[in-house]
Design a protein around this ligand. Sequence first.
Ligand code: DX5
Ligand code: ZN
Length: 213
Amino acid sequence: MTQIIPAILDKTPEEFKKHVEQLQNSHTFQEGWIHIDFADNKFVPNETIGVDVIEKYPTTLQKEAHLMVSNPLKWIEDLKKAGFKRVVFHFESEDNPGEVIKSIKESGMEAGIAINPDTKIDQLEPFKDKLDQILIMGIVPGFQGQPFIPETIQKIKALKSKNWPVVISIDGAVRDTNAKSLIEAGIDQLVSGSYLLIGDIDENIERIWEAIS
Ligand code: DX5
Ligand code: ZN
């Protein structure tokens, strides 16, 4: 069953508060998941709010963290305390992927690895049985509102054909016009930021459902 998850990338507590209210007032999110982007201005040239802000605005939405940071290991304890259910970190970060997965799992959360457009799927082979999720980036991470990289479709097909026991997600430039080809290529979860959040979320999500049905 396909899942659509909204992504928020906020630079101030006010933006975060506004987005959480906007999402909580929408009726259409399955299981109420939210993808919260964190950037450290090192791994990517952008900086977001930190985990401390999340704790100040309790929400009933289930939280997934996307860590666009150089040292994900340092973030895990705080994410657990703030009630996150899943942590997705970058394969290209500086920490050892096996150690990061172990730390996330030992904290009782689901673990996912995100890979940049230039990173090859085969590099994830050693971790395939330890992961819950692989997040394919359809853009260079760091900012919302970028154009979709078309080669991503082939990458998804290649990953799907491996039959690894993971949920396959796509993040970056997901919208009504590419959702169907993403699902056909093998995507389980669509993560969408600017397309969903600009305007009426319920109408935007409905347009994605119509495109993939
Ligand atoms: C990009 C983030 C994405 C982003 C998605 O750095 O990881 O999650 O918020 O936003 P859109 O859908 O606008 O590309
Ligand atoms: Zn993200």
